[in-house]
Design a protein around this ligand. Structure first.
Ligand code: FA5
Ligand code: MG
Length: 381
């Protein structure tokens, strides 16, 4: 019997499970838990918070800009290393390329880690204004605002020299100003008033680069990255002498603020008490938590080896506990006189849908300990 997701059809491309998960290929690090999410396309469901948000952002771009933005939401998430990294000038030794950060299907193929993977091909096809929405995949830490599969919307706008000529500004300053104005307008369209701030940052594909943070759950939360596109990208793709801006929105993060959704795992819930609260075009509704079940904390300490990484730990824990794990947090870290390093992690277990029994949690923790020991080359203490 074939598993449910054995055959997928995405963007008109048929993908067999065997093409994605080749257990025998050492270059493949896509676990079943991730594979099973490919093709679900939450962003194409009109009654899902991510779909509702996508449509609302479409409305903003349709009504506030003279030129029409071309929209893509069905581009295949399985892309080449070239598309995901080289085309956007990510250096050969950049950490984001590592097996620790990115899911590789084989040595030349990845699950896209951002929608920026489509910038170059769309430019080459002649598009100057476009929005790309899609599922993206990253090996990452575990908490209420991080999930290994999430959704981004890429925005891209090219300006020709006559557009900034009369402004008294150079092209880059003009694009940076227009970018910030456009995204502040979007935030206003989505939220009305909200506490937000710009932070300078670095991306290989933009300069200058910025992140926008919004105050949510008593913390500043990063919701998007953006900037003025590197000339090299425009030059390589037939737009010499133009300037452009680009952004990548974290759709879950924006939807959390918009609908007051407390935990990123909820987006994947099929529980009626979650799904029934959202419907097409309804933006004002705040999510009503169906009673919050208590978390249960379990600590585990171990001596690490040189190869230890937190992303690997998180994947092992998620592999066993699935969406019952809410957070994995380093709470203690020391090195002894012999040079051995110990880490203590606190794992929070909590179901979004029901209360967990002590027995169930103990069983989970036991399996987690066993898997950590077997797969991560650490010594439990
Ligand atoms: C990028 O992915 C850039 N490609 C964005 C960009 C596009 C910059 C175009 C410039 C020009 P970053 O890694 O910061 O940037 O991710 C963008 C957003 O995705 C973050 O701000 C955050 O809102 C969201 N995000 C990142 N990791 C996760 C995660 N694990 N879970 C949920 N959302 C995430
Ligand atoms: Mg970032």
């Amino acid at each position: 019997k074939l598993p449910l997701a054995a055959l997928l059809e995405i963007g008109g491309v048929k993908i067999a499970k065997d093409d994605v998960v080749r257990e025998s290929d050492p270059a493949n690090n896509v676990p079943d838990s991730i594979f099973s999410k490919i093709g679900l396309q939450l962003h194409r469901r009109d009654n899902h918070p991510i779909g509702i948000l996508k449509n609302t952002i479409y409305d903003y771009f349709d009504t506030n800009f003279p030129a029409k933005f071309a929209k893509f939401d069905d581009l295949c998430p399985i892309v080449s290393v070239k598309q995901n990294f080289d085309d956007v000038l990510v250096p050969a030794d950049h950490v984001s390329r590592s097996y620790n950060d990115t899911y590789y299907v084989d040595a030349q193929t990845v699950l896209r880690c951002h929608t920026s993977a489509h910038q170059a091909e769309l430019l080459r096809k002649g598009h100057s204004h476009f929005l790309v929405t899609g599922d993206v995949y990253r090996r990452d830490s575990i908490d209420s605002t991080h999930y290994p599969v999430f959704h981004q919307m890429e925005g891209f706008r090219v300006f020709s020299p006559d557009e900034w000529a009369g402004s008294g500004m150079d092209g880059t300053s003009y694009a940076a100003m227009d970018l910030k104005k456009s995204l502040e307008g979007l935030a206003k369209h989505l939220f009305g008033a909200v506490d937000m701030r710009w932070v300078d940052t670095y991306f290989p594909f933009t300069n200058p680069s910025f992140e926008l943070e919004i105050y949510f759950q008593e913390k500043w939360m990063e919701v998007l990255g953006c900037g003025v596109t590197e000339q090299e990208i425009l030059k390589r793709n037939g737009r010499m002498d133009h300037v452009a801006w680009a952004f990548g929105l974290g759709l879950e993060r924006l939807a959390m603020v918009l609908f007051d959704i407390p935990d990123i795992r909820l987006f994947w819930s099929n529980d009626q008490r979650f799904t029934s609260q959202f419907s097409e075009g309804k933006l004002g509704v705040k999510f009503k938590s169906f009673s919050k079940y208590p978390p249960c904390y379990k600590d585990m300490s171990f001596w690490i080896s040189d190869a230890f990484t937190e992303n690997n730990l998180c994947e092992v824990v998620r592999g066993i506990a699935g969406d019952l794990v809410e957070e994995v947090k380093l709470i203690d870290n020391f090195t002894n006189k012999k040079g051995m390093t110990s880490h203590c992690y606190r794992i929070a277990y909590r179901s979004m849908e029901r209360s967990l029994t002590d027995e169930e949690i103990n069983q989970l923790q036991w399996s987690v300990r066993e898997a950590v020991q077997n797969k991560l080359n650490v010594i439990l203490r």
